[in-house]
Design a protein around this ligand. Structure first.
Ligand SMILES: [Zn+2]
Ligand SMILES: [Zn+2]
Ligand SMILES: [Zn+2]
Length: 436
């Protein structure tokens, strides 16, 4: 009776086990199918499923937990395509997971076409992994690398000249006509109906001005007052038949560097080269009877007047040559390099504005031979701190405007170089100074 009962219990138990096994296997199959479906439909990785399977073997019951191995790539991801990996359990169950595409990896720029002087080039940025082009860009044209303009044919008064430049990269050459001077200058016919006066520049197409001997059959003998004033001319040649240079004819030609004066000039007008702050030299024909040049500065032929210092020079000190008696009006005006000027004992007269706006001038001597210093000789010489009067007594000043205010300077004051500088530079700059 007891044995029968035990057998019945075992039998029922086995029945239950069979049923459970069947149910579990059905469930397991579904789960795998679902998992695979998930893999196909979704790119997100599936969570690993852990489930238990009850198996019964000979009335024993065990529980199986999936133990998945390492992910194994079954399709590698590329720059642009997803990959896939799987892992499996010893029971044969598998899980799948997609791998995101890597994206391109920035590699080198590859030039497909070099830019030239005039044409654009192109370059590509390629992926260092798949070599695909990530983007393409234009390389801007380089532009010509032109040399300086070089004169290949000098223009003359009448003939056009030519200048050239070429590109060092593509050898392209450009040429430009330099018009003859006769064709850009304007003139008026003088009363003798044979000669003419240059009145200016019609069109500044050539800054190297060579005044022609004659224009349209009229001999050029004069350059008018103010003719080239304030223009951009850079060099100037005055031919032998020109007799007269009008006052202020080349004043304030800030780019004018070289001047050549022919032998015929008998009169250089007032302030002809004043404020030509780039002036490096004035050359005068040796046969000129009225003027001469020493070291690029303009003097009267007898050397008694320094008419114009070449104010573009860069020397920091200058000694006026012995023999000069007169420092011309505005002779050094706007000279920006000189710090020290030495006057010789031949100087008697310092013209109005002679050193005006020599902003770097710090020291000068006044020899005892000097008897006149005109007004504004040292106006706007902000750096002037030392004026050495060789004879400090006997100086008086008259205000140039009224001629009524006379001041006698004490010899003590003028013996003080600093105070003397202050007087000439500031306090009595508007006075006409004289020494008896
Ligand atoms: Zn498993
Ligand atoms: Zn790539
Ligand atoms: Zn070029």
């Amino acid at each position: 009776m007891k044995v029968v009962f035990v057998k019945k219990v075992i039998f029922i138990f086995l029945l239950i086990c069979l049923f459970l096994t069947f149910a579990a296997c059905a469930n397991s199959t579904n789960s795998t199918e679902n998992s695979e479906k998930d893999q196909n439909n979704s790119t997100t990785s599936t969570t690993s499923t852990t489930h238990t399977t009850n198996t019964s073997t000979n009335s024993e019951s065990t529980t199986h937990v999936h133990a998945f191995g390492q992910w194994v790539v079954i399709k590698a991801a590329t720059c642009t395509d997803k990959g896939e990996q799987e892992r499996s359990c010893s029971c044969g169950a598998k899980e799948f997971q997609s791998i995101d595409s890597i994206g391109h990896t920035a590699g080198k720029w590859i030039t497909d076409r070099e830019a030239t002087c005039t044409d654009t080039g192109s370059k590509r940025w390629v992926c260092s992994v798949c070599n695909e082009t990530i983007k393409t860009e234009q390389i801007p044209a380089k532009g010509h690398k032109f040399s300086e303009w070089k004169i290949t044919t000098q223009p003359t008064a009448y003939q056009h000249g030519e200048e050239q430049r070429s590109c060092s990269a593509c050898k392209k050459t450009e040429t430009k006509v330099i018009v003859s001077n006769a064709s850009i200058l304007s003139y008026r016919i003088n009363s003798d109906l044979k000669t003419c006066t240059i009145t200016g520049v019609k069109e500044m197409r050539n800054t190297n001005i060579i005044i022609p001997d004659n224009i349209d059959g009229y001999t050029v003998t004069k350059i008018a007052v103010n003719a080239f004033k304030g223009t951009t001319i850079t060099s100037l040649t005055i031919p032998d038949n020109v007799i007269e240079i009008g006052s202020q004819a080349f004043e304030e030609c800030l780019s004018l560097r070289y001047v050549t004066i022919g032998k015929g000039v008998t009169n250089v007008g007032y302030f002809s080269f004043r404020d030509c702050t780039s002036l490096l030299s004035i050359t005068v024909d040796e046969d000129n009877k009225n003027y001469k040049s020493i070291d690029g500065n303009l003097y009267s032929k007898d050397g008694k007047e320094l008419i114009q210092y070449a104010t573009g020079k860069t020397a920091t000190s200058f000694t006026v040559p012995y023999g000069v008696e007169k420092i011309g009006w505005y002779a050094f005006q706007r000279e920006y390099s000189l710090k020290n000027i030495t006057l010789p004992s031949s100087v008697t007269y310092i013209g109005s504005g002679a050193f005006q706006s020599c902003v770097n001038l710090t020291s000068i001597n006044i020899p005892s031979s000097v008897n006149t210093i005109m007004a504004h000789a040292f106006n706007n010489c902000g750096d002037l701190i030392s004026v050495a009067f060789e004879s400090a007594s006997g100086w008086s000043g008259v205000l140039s405007a009224g001629m009524s205010t006379t001041t006698t300077f004490s010899s003590d004051d003028l013996s003080d170089k600093t105070l003397a500088a202050q007087y000439l530079r500031d306090d009595y700059k508007d006075y006409h100074w004289s020494h008896n």
